[in-house]
Design a protein around this ligand. Structure first.
Ligand code: URP
Ligand code: ZN
Ligand code: ZN
Length: 469
């Protein structure tokens, strides 16, 4: 058998284990796995001494998002280049309707943002922001190839907030259509009350950006997760908690899963590697995101959740704002454009802090960054695993070679990084997307606009194998 490309001699991580050998690629697909594959006429990529892992899926990304008086600074050009450098070959963004827009208009709008710019493959979660208007549009979006929907339990000021009626009704529909509802779980009523209590000139002068974690104690997330889980339990609708940041949240998810509730949860890499001491520095406001990074005990519990299973994926919630954009806060923490850069460092951080520091195995990392996200989001087996018939999306990483994180040398449009100066292994020496080399020798070489939209039929664990390879 002859191939267009053979990735030769790497430690190839497949869903059933790793082996030292070759990946044969024909066209856009993986055609064979084995030792000493025929290289006649093939382009040979030497992977000796490297791990060959499935391309990463970052299933929680916001590119060019108008939010809190700014537009997030990574668009589909810089964001997908940043992802590629970090071994990400698929991303899922959130199509959020602008004022008065239908769900379909939101999807059209996000398609326009991506077209001609995306280097890697992508799709969108469709955000239901006005239940009465949007509820009858959900089925049409399923028919258009979208299988994940999203509701925010906060952000009334953006016009995005959903109430229990919306969550309950959407989960009923998810059950009916075999699709999944993603929820940003923070308790708006209590959060608003705490913010109102602390929002005084004296306290802002005294505490600055520290007021962000002070007004978001762990119960703000925990109560909201508990309530969303209740609506999943009674409707049977598949629920997915995004950016879970607390130990309490992980405990609730574990207990719910044990009694058979169809709920899944992701965390983001910042909740695994940063704690809230970041708010004490002079640049504390840069680190503000919702929910905020928590305490070392929460970090430890989330790593444990990756091991014991209640945390199914690690994503980034990339929502990049530059120093100039973050300066909009002007001393008032409620006005900080919330969010962090992330696509470029997801794999290096998870690999370095997770695998190299012994918190998870390489196999587990590939599951949490690729296979499990692909399954949950209805993209498996086309995406998420090195196996015959799948898209040839691969990241080739050196086991120990480190690069120092510096915004000056990164692809992101951020002019700062939460990880500035950190030495990390796991940047992609080579990234392949559907058989094309898009990163070579740690540099982006792929052409913008080659990324494709990925249609999906279903989502959630019960119906995971729907996207044809
Ligand atoms: O701070 C964040 N996370 N910004 C993006 C919006 C969201 O809540 O995901
Ligand atoms: Zn959110
Ligand atoms: Zn988000």
């Amino acid at each position: 058998m002859q191939f267009d490309t053979v990735v030769r001699g790497g430690n190839v991580v497949t869903p059933t284990g790793a082996f030292t050998g070759d990946v044969g690629i024909t066209g856009e697909k993986i055609a064979a796995l084995g030792a000493n594959l025929d290289t006649t006429g093939a382009k040979v990529i030497d992977a000796a001494g490297h791990h060959v892992i499935p391309g990463v899926l970052d299933v929680h990304v916001h590119l060019a998002l108008p939010f809190m008086g700014a537009v997030s600074a990574d668009d589909y050009r810089s964001g997908t280049r940043a992802g590629a450098r970090g071994g990400v070959t698929t991303l899922i963004d959130f199509a959020i309707p602008y004022e008065g827009d239908s769900l379909s208009a939101a999807a059209d709008n996000w398609h326009k943002k991506a077209e001609g710019k995306a280097l890697i493959d992508y799709t969108f979660h469709i955000c239901v922001t006005r239940w009465d208007e949007h509820k009858d549009q959900i089925k049409g979006m399923v028919d258009r190839g979208f299988s994940t929907f999203k509701e925010f339990m906060i952000y009334a000021s953006e016009g995005w907030q959903s109430d229990d009626r919306a969550m309950f009704g959407t989960l009923e529909k998810m059950k009916e259509y075999g699709t999944m509802l993603l929820v940003h779980a923070e308790s708006a009523g209590v959060l608003d009350e705490l913010i109102a209590r602390y929002h005084t000139p004296e306290l802002m002068k005294k505490y600055g950006a520290r007021l962000h974690p002070m007004t978001r104690p762990n119960f703000v997330e925990a109560e909201a997760i508990q309530r969303a889980v209740m609506w999943s339990e009674v409707t049977g609708g598949q629920l997915y908690i995004v950016h879970m940041s607390t130990a309490e949240g992980a405990d609730i998810i574990r207990a719910a899963q044990a009694r058979g509730v169809p709920v899944l949860a992701e965390t983001c890499v910042q909740y695994l590697v940063l704690d809230d001491s970041v708010f004490d520095g002079p640049d504390g406001h840069l680190f503000a995101c919702c929910p905020q990074v928590k305490k070392p005990k929460d970090m430890a519990r989330l790593w444990q959740g990756l091991n014991s299973g209640e945390v199914s994926a690690v994503s980034t919630d990339t929502c990049t704002f530059t120093r100039e954009q973050k300066a909009l806060w002007n001393g008032d923490w409620t006005k900080i454009p919330m969010g962090l850069p992330g696509l470029e460092t997801l794999l290096p951080l998870t690999y370095t802090r997770g695998v190299l520091e012994g918190r998870i195995s390489l196999q587990q990392m590939c599951d949490k960054l690729s296979t499990s996200p692909a399954r949950m989001m209805g993209l498996y087996p086309r995406k998420g695993a090195i196996q015959v018939g799948a898209d040839a999306d691969l990241a080739i990483i050196h086991p120990t070679t480190q690069h120092t994180v510096s915004p000056k040398t990164m692809e992101t449009n951020a002019d700062w990084s939460p990880y500035d100066g950190w030495k990390l292994a796991g940047f992609a020496r080579t990234t392949l997307s559907r058989g094309d080399v898009i990163v070579d020798d740690y540099k982006v070489v792929g052409k913008e606009g080659r990324g494709q939209w990925l249609p999906r039929k279903s989502a959630g664990l019960a119906t995971s194998d729907s996207a044809g390879a």
